[in-house]
Ligand binder design. Structure first.
Ligand code: FCB
Length: 444
């Protein structure tokens, strides 16, 4: 049996657009996801977040679920278009929602872990080029400053950005996420400005607010394995690692972009002059922790026809409902690599979880043994890593609720709570009961 220390943080995670709904309420303006999800062919079934889990109205009920689970902390994000529906126009009504949420969490002894940006960029910002425009850093800073001013006293942890890889590469290179562009140069500018705004926000919190609240960033990392040891496949794995991991890890933790990838990307990028002198020092500012979202390993092979010479290879691993390899062993290897090559900061697993098909039984229960096993395997891995001295400070399960899973709409369910999107009924799944038990025992 593996034990967790009493200050280890167990939590669950969500994000604003995926659960809140109330897309027009109390002055909220539209985000790129409101518009993207209304564009034919972008999101499965043309699902959207207009209502989602209606968490904006049902947050008290959702906090009851958190209490049943017994979590130490709850990670959620703030919707920027609620706080600044128009450029320079602060909206107090939008902020009040987060105050109510945070106060109720605090009243119940649940630590709020708040993400500033989980992809719902206001349309007014997008109309001026969004993150490809360097001014986005100033827009973000105005928003971040207001959040710090109003909420910092009551918050236990700030996460500047969630997964710049998705916002940048899925949104502007692959076109799978909002705003659906397919332009590598835009993607690299987006990532650069997002990372710069991260660095600036960290400095602001520490210097202007002299705050002791821990602050950091969350990257999604996927360790890349070659399908064989051929020179070609090794090159493919190197490039996949650069595209998915090093392009983000290196600037944030080492203050540089990987030169092999700069070379490779240069077929699409005419100039790197969007990287100003001094930017990388700002990006690699000291943080208090390092956040990782882990779902799966990657398995790749050489492909001369792909942009960066790699493509996914056939893997015989067991898979989640997303078709992702279940890979707790590779998760451990990833953490060991980070410790060796990148950082000594405390690590938080800010997301981990799995989608599987769920069915409500006649007795109104949801048996989800596959999700339960996935979660157990990864929590077990965390416990073992900590026995090796890897200093993982917390684990947030994605997700508290079934929710709007981006391009997959409502079809993919990641929740440990089942949501009936017609009636808004919530049912704690077996995996949720098991998670509560793990938290209660602080052991697995
Ligand atoms: C991550 C996102 C999160 C959720 C999970 C499944 O990439 O941060 O919003 O969609 O994947």
């Amino acid at each position: 049996m593996n034990k967790f220390s009493k200050d280890f943080i167990f939590g669950t995670a969500t994000s604003s657009y995926q659960i809140e709904g109330a897309f027009k309420e109390d002055g909220r303006s539209l985000s790129i996801w409101d518009v993207f999800s209304r564009t034919p062919g972008k999101v499965l079934n043309m699902d959207h977040g207009d209502i989602a889990c209606d968490h904006y109205h049902l947050y008290e009920k959702d906090i009851e679920i958190l209490k049943t689970l017994g979590v130490d902390s709850y990670r959620f994000s703030i919707a920027w278009p609620r706080i600044y529906p128009e450029q320079g126009q602060y909206n107090e009504a939008g902020m009040n929602f987060y105050k109510k949420l945070i106060f109720l969490l605090n009243e119940n002894g649940i630590k709020p872990a708040v993400t500033l940006y989980h992809w719902d960029l206001p349309m007014w910002a997008h109309e001026q080029g969004g993150w490809t425009n360097r001014e986005s850093v100033d827009w973000f800073m105005e928003y971040a400053e207001k959040c710090f001013e109003e909420l910092d006293e009551h918050v236990d942890m700030w996460i500047t950005h969630n997964e710049p890889w998705c916002a940048g590469f899925l949104g502007y290179h692959q076109g799978i996420h909002a705003p659906g562009h397919t332009n590598m140069e835009e993607a690299l500018k987006t990532v650069h400005h997002i990372l710069l705004s991260h660095g600036e926000a960290v400095s602001l919190l520490k210097e202007k607010f002299v705050s002791a609240t821990p602050i950091g960033i969350t990257l999604n990392l996927s360790p890349m394995y070659p399908a064989s040891n051929s020179a070609n496949d090794l090159l493919a794995a190197n490039n996949a690692d650069g595209y998915s991991n090093r392009w983000f890890l290196d600037p944030v933790l080492k203050g540089s972009y990987p030169v092999d990838m700069m070379n490779l990307f240069s077929k699409y990028v005419h100039s790197y002059d969007f990287i100003y002198e001094g930017d990388l020092e700002k990006i690699s500012v000291d943080c208090d922790f390092f956040g990782i979202n882990f779902y799966s390993r990657g398995y790749v092979e050489f492909n001369s026809a792909s942009d960066f010479l790699f493509k996914n290879a056939f893997s015989n691993y067991p898979k989640t409902g997303m078709g992702w390899d279940i890979s707790p062993v590779e998760f451990k290897e990833l953490i060991r690599r980070l410790r060796k090559e990148y950082t000594n900061l405390p690590i938080f697993i800010t997301e981990n979880g799995a989608a599987f098909d769920d069915h409500v039984s006649e007795s109104n229960t949801v048996h989800d043994p596959d999700r339960q096993e996935y979660v157990e395997q990864h929590i077990q891995a965390v416990a073992e890593l900590n026995e090796e001295g890897m200093d993982i400070a917390g684990y947030y399960l994605w997700s508290l609720l079934d929710n709007f899973e981006w391009a997959f709409g409502y079809e993919k369910r990641f929740g440990i709570t089942y949501v009936d999107f017609e009636t808004q009924e919530r049912i704690l799944k077996d995996s949720g009961y098991r998670y509560a038990e793990i938290i209660r025992n602080r052991s697995i």
